[in-house]
Write a protein that binds this ligand. Structure first.
Ligand code: ADP
Length: 518
């Protein structure tokens, strides 16, 4: 490294906002800026975004982070990208938009996901590509476009993702990194190339997708006009980077053998890093690329912090309103109420499948439930059981991950849930291991920036992240709580298996009768 201080800019193109964070090359945050944008959900199942709005958000976030830092442009060693997975945009041969960005949250490919899984050899495609067959994946989305919007499909020259569109606008090339590609359901993990079988199923050819490059690939030669707009030097290298999930593992320093990163934001995920691609014969886990020698195996849940939000808005409205009136955080107030109940909520179980469930059930029809209600239960038990249910649900992903990679050890926890000491302790008690909350906020941006350093040869190994991430909280399992959760776990685990048919019938009933369509 040079004597003069150098800086690195990590940019995370997320679902709710784009964040740009300028770090020193030692990982200290110097300045940051975020720009939010909406999800467009005007018809049932739809969840789209405007690519132009997001491109402009990327420019604004970078420009404002750089200008707030007052750092000389020449000292910014690199820009590197993280991005949300699974988006699809249709463009014509001149790069004009034919569609919005169809995001991971869009469910309109649901029926095609079931057909591909059950009738079109979906498990074999998953085993080659590492992306579970689910409406989130570009594979299912392109299949849906082909059959449900044939005119659009016929006019489409390329199907690209959100990060590809941003890079095309900046550099005029259609490039996709192995990491974003590995979350499309169309990328062969062994060959590091587009998968012939997946493309044949969709009736598309590789020229309709972006050119594949490693996550360490970098581009230079930004036009002087754009460089000036961003406050950067035209010579600044842009590293393509990876997807936000795998970069979050890197950003919290959970890249060693057996280390697990658990995130509970609005949704949630459990992820661990291994050195070669691996998929699950039972189809329960994803496998996405970080670098050629780092692969991330794990499972996502649909129902994370969104459950606490639902409790706040629908179940404990009076308590939440009172907290707001008193000027305190409603989540803190509800956490306090739940604290008054012992672990296990005196035998009340909550299954949090309000939005269906991904790992490990992969069942969009799964539905939530309180089971075990008795007259001794009050609202405080229901709040506590909901928080415990989210952790039990994440815990149910662990066997699938451990079946593949062996025992896991250290756990790093991130996301909005980590603001609650009670919720963090529940994680330590249910998982029966130490839970560490890393200091690093914006872990995907830090991960992107460190991958950028590695890509440009400024560090020899990703392990340099170790010196950049501190720890804020540590929780050890409480033996009394562990004993209670151990008794409840087998009951909790058995229920979704017993209710499979009832979930299906109920969700069908809901689709037919619910006033608010979904
Ligand atoms: P996103 O995934 O959209 O980035 P966050 O990581 O900020 O969101 O997580 C939002 C979730 O964090 C909320 O839905 C809520 O469940 C949880 N949360 C926010 N504040 C608190 C708090 N004080 N205590 C417990 N949970 C909280």
């Amino acid at each position: 490294m040079q004597d003069q201080p150098e800086y690195m800019l990590g940019v995370d193109i997320g679902t709710t906002s784009t964040k740009a964070v300028l770090f020193t090359t030692q990982g200290k945050i110097v300045a940051q800026h975020a720009v939010e944008y909406p999800l467009l959900c005007t018809t049932p199942g739809m969840a789209e975004q405007d690519p132009v709005q997001i491109y402009e958000a990327v420019l604004t976030a970078i420009r404002n982070a750089v200008s707030a830092s007052r750092v000389d442009a020449g000292r910014i060693a690199l820009v590197s990208f993280s991005a949300a997975m699974h988006s699809v945009i249709a463009v014509d041969k001149d790069g004009n938009l034919l569609s919005n960005s169809i995001t991971w949250a869009d469910n309109r490919a649901g029926a095609w996901a079931i057909r591909i899984r059950d009738e079109l050899d979906g498990n074999a495609i998953y085993r080659r590509t590492g992306t579970p067959i689910h409406p989130m994946s570009p594979l299912c989305k392109i299949m849906w476009l082909r059959h449900d919007q044939p005119q659009l499909f016929a006019r489409t020259a390329r199907f690209v993702g959100m990060k590809e569109y941003v890079l095309y606008r900046l550099f005029g090339e259609w490039l996709v990194d192995h990491s974003i590609a590995s979350a499309t359901g169309m990328f062969n993990l062994q060959q590091l190339d587009w998968d012939d079988g997946a493309l044949a199923l969709l009736g598309i050819s590789p020229v309709q997708l972006s050119t594949l490059v490693p996550t360490t690939h970098h581009l230079t030669g930004l036009s002087p006009a754009i460089a000036q707009q961003l406050g950067l030097s035209p010579a600044t290298p842009f590293v393509i980077g990876a997807n936000d999930g795998v970069l979050s593992n890197l950003g919290v320093n959970a890249i060693g053998p057996g280390q697990v990163a658990v995130t509970i934001g609005t949704s949630g995920a459990m992820r661990t890093v291994i050195d070669k691609p691996l998929t699950d014969p039972a189809g329960r886990t994803f496998c996405y690329a970080l670098t050629a020698r780092h692969w991330v195996v794990g499972g996502p849940t649909n129902n994370g912090g969104s459950i606490f939000h639902w409790v706040r808005e629908e179940l404990a409205t009076t308590e939440s309103a009172a907290a707001k009136l008193a000027g305190s955080d409603p989540y803190d107030a509800l956490t306090k109420i739940a604290e008054g109940v012992q672990a296990g909520a005196e035998g009340l179980l909550f299954h949090p499948y309000l939005a269906g469930e991904r790992a490990p059930l992969w069942n969009a029809d799964a539905r939530g439930s309180y089971i075990g209600l008795a007259t001794h239960h009050g609202k405080e038990h229901m709040i506590r059981a909901a928080l415990e249910g989210v952790i039990f649900s994440l815990y149910s992903i662990l066997p699938a991950v451990e079946d593949l990679i062996g025992p896991t050890t250290r756990m790093m926890a991130t996301g909005g849930f980590a603001r609650s000491a009670l919720w963090r302790q529940m994680m330590a008690d249910i998982f029966e291991r130490e839970v560490v909350v890393p200091e690093s906020v914006e872990s995907s941006c830090l991960g992107a920036a460190v991958l950028g350093l590695y890509g440009l040869g400024k560090i020899d190994s990703l392990d340099a992240i170790g010196g950049m991430v501190g720890a804020t909280h540590r929780h050890l399992p409480n033996p009394e709580n562990v004993a209670l959760y151990r008794r409840l776990w087998p009951i909790y685990e058995a229920i979704p298996k017993l209710l499979e048919q009832q979930y299906r019938e109920l969700s069908q009933f809901q689709r037919e009768t619910a006033a608010k369509k979904f």
